[in-house]
Design a protein around this ligand. Structure first.
Ligand SMILES: [Zn+2]
Length: 602
């Protein structure tokens, strides 16, 4: 069997970005939006004449619009990813984005009307279908809607946030575009790299000296502009705090926790359990330093590739990768393997290594076709086999949820990576097991453990910094010197002083701090990683019998709190350390193996 390395987009809408079928679809979405808007404005709940039927219709319209938008958006964004010069696809994507934002405003009106319903009527409503099936999400929407100000005030805040909030996020990108980092080429000449290019060299150049030099120049380049970045960061946080206050919210962690449907207690327990286990990560970092011939690692060495001895890294053809993934998925779940097989056979995947594609990878849903599309660039490395598995994990998550109402399919960021990380673990563990060469095994284990180290140390530093920054920002502007200080302290604490060079201007160089979509855009990564690892640990214990439970858990990821999800499907209390410890133990096993294997190389 030979699988094709390019995806099939014609079966979604024939004709690429000039597709007349897509045009027709988009026009029909605009019409549907108008009808939806009208229905929403005409719908009023009165106690003497409760109108369940109209509300059910409104939800149905919402569902159709949402599905149609996702289907079209996956298509146009996909075209643009596969050919960054496709201007028509860019225009269409933008048009769809505007439609989605208009739709959001109408949804807010629905929320306001739900809030206005008397409590007893509300309770009656949730006993009836189709509302009962989505009662968690509707209740959440109503409770959060309770904090909304008047329609007029919300509209005003939204209008002001274009320039007063989101504009600062865009300004950050403009500032980053002016940052260049000098870089010495092999022939001795100096070129100037963009931030993105320099970051690649700094984190993955095989020569330690080069990495260290780039980090030095990198730190200097950001230092020159810290006053501009400090302005930006202060205004973003200031707007957020003022907006929270207007809604009666004093605690800056309230919204981020709400978004992730989790308790503060859970977050605290997660970080505490990680902190209690940092000794072993420190041992690993110390060993990696020795293997690189260093006293201690620098900030730029943590994720650097590690090679001991002589070996040629194994490479996979696309077909070999597919077979390897199918074989190993099958060992855990027949359904997962069969979905992956469909994805390969029906060409859901664009993986060709060619110019003109955007970097990175993702998986996007086609709810109307009941399919997904995966975008990535595959050039044969073991890492890319894991990435392919990761994206197939996302596709599987969508697959098991495909028959649920759209409201029950919108999972939060902290559980969004559950299925993907799980699939990735299945495959990366298999590649380590199958590595015939000791040096290769060390290299693979290292890349696995260094990722965990990033989750435990780097992301912890971001969290410590951000909470302390918000605390100080409540009292006034925070200077760039102070931001450097806060960051350096956070890094030293999070890394348990295991590095000898840190990155004090990380608060300026890291895009995540400037994300206007989601506040505290960091801890959900660590949460998701460990949550998935904990589930993976359970699957190792229970074997194939776990498949059914796993699928049931995935189906529930968007219809209950994270604590309820873990309690219902795993029987664990996330506010207690046991689950987190079991997840961390799987990394401990890897570290032990790494320590034994590398003994002879130090
Ligand atoms: Zn992912």
């Amino acid at each position: 069997m030979t699988y094709q390395i390019n995806w099939d987009m014609d079966s979604v809408f024939p004709g690429g970005s000039s597709s007349s079928a897509l045009r027709k679809k988009m026009d029909s979405l605009v019409n549907k939006k108008t009808a939806y808007e009208e229905a929403v404005h005409n719908w009023n709940w009165t106690e003497d004449k409760p109108d369940y039927i109209k509300l059910a219709e409104i939800l149905k319209m919402q569902e159709e619009l949402s599905n149609g938008l996702s289907e079209s958006m996956t298509f146009t964004r996909g075209l643009l990813s596969a050919d960054v010069t496709d201007k028509k696809a860019a225009v269409l994507t933008n048009e769809l984005g505007e439609l989605a934002s208009e739709l959001n405003s109408v949804n807010t009106v629905v929320t306001k009307k739900l809030v206005a319903m008397p409590d007893n009527e509300w309770d009656e409503l949730l006993k009836k279908e189709p509302f009962k099936a989505v009662s968690f999400v509707l209740t959440e929407q109503r409770e959060q809607g309770n904090e909304l100000l008047s329609e007029k005030e919300e509209a005003l805040i939204n209008a002001l946030s274009n320039d007063g909030f989101r504009g600062w996020g865009d300004h950050y990108n403009s500032l980053v575009a002016t940052v260049t980092i000098p870089f010495q080429e092999k022939d001795g000449s100096i070129t100037h790299l963009s931030a993105g290019q320099a970051q690649n060299q700094m984190e993955s150049h095989p020569d330690t000296n080069v990495r260290h030099q780039v980090l030095k120049d990198w730190e200097e380049a950001w230092s020159e502009k810290t006053s501009l970045f400090a302005d930006t960061l202060n205004r973003l946080a200031g707007f957020r705090l003022a907006n929270y206050k207007a809604h009666g919210v004093e605690d800056y962690l309230k919204r981020p926790l709400e978004y992730n449907r989790m308790k503060k207690e859970t977050l605290d327990t997660m970080w505490d359990t990680i902190t209690a286990n940092k000794g072993m990560v420190k041992d690993y970092l110390d060993r990696k330093a020795k293997l690189l011939g260093l006293d201690k690692l620098s900030w730029s060495d943590v994720e650097a590739p590690l090679s001991v001895g002589d070996y040629t890294a194994r490479t996979y053809s696309y077909d070999e990768a597919a077979r390897f993934i199918l074989e190993n998925f099958k060992k855990f779940s027949g359904e997962m393997a069969s979905l992956a097989e469909t994805a390969f056979e029906e060409r859901w995947i664009e993986a060709e290594d060619r110019p003109g594609k955007r970097p990175g990878g993702y998986c996007a849903n086609l709810p109307e076709s009941g399919q997904s599309r995966i975008f990535m660039t595959f050039s044969g490395s073991t890492n890319e086999v894991s990435t392919l598995a990761h994206e197939l994990g996302h596709a599987f998550h969508s697959h098991v949820m495909r028959d649920l109402p759209v409201l029950n399919r919108r999972y939060a960021m902290n559980v969004a990576e559950t299925a993907s990380t799980f699939a990735e673990m299945l495959i990366s563990d298999a590649t380590v097991r199958e590595a015939s060469d000791k040096a290769e095994k060390i290299n693979l284990l290292d890349s696995k453990i260094s990722r965990a180290a990033t989750m435990f140390m780097n992301i912890h530093a971001r969290f410590l910094f951000e909470t302390r920054f918000y605390e100080e920002r409540k009292k006034g502007l925070v200077s760039d010197e102070r931001l450097n200080e806060l960051m350096l302290d956070a890094q030293k604490e999070a890394y348990k002083e295991s590095l000898n060079v840190y990155h004090p201007t990380f608060w300026a160089s890291k895009l995540h701090f400037y994300n206007t979509g989601v506040p505290f855009y960091n801890f959900p990564y660590t949460f998701g990683f460990l949550f998935s690892l904990g589930i993976y640990a359970r699957s190792l214990e229970e074997g194939k019998a776990f498949e059914e439970k796993y699928i049931a858990l995935l189906r529930d990821t968007a219809s209950m709190t994270t604590e309820e999800l873990a309690q219902k499907h795993l029987g664990v209390d996330l506010t207690k350390p046991d689950f987190w410890q079991a997840a961390i133990d799987t990394i401990q096993t890897d570290i032990q193996q790494f320590m034994e294997l590398t003994e002879e190389y130090i």
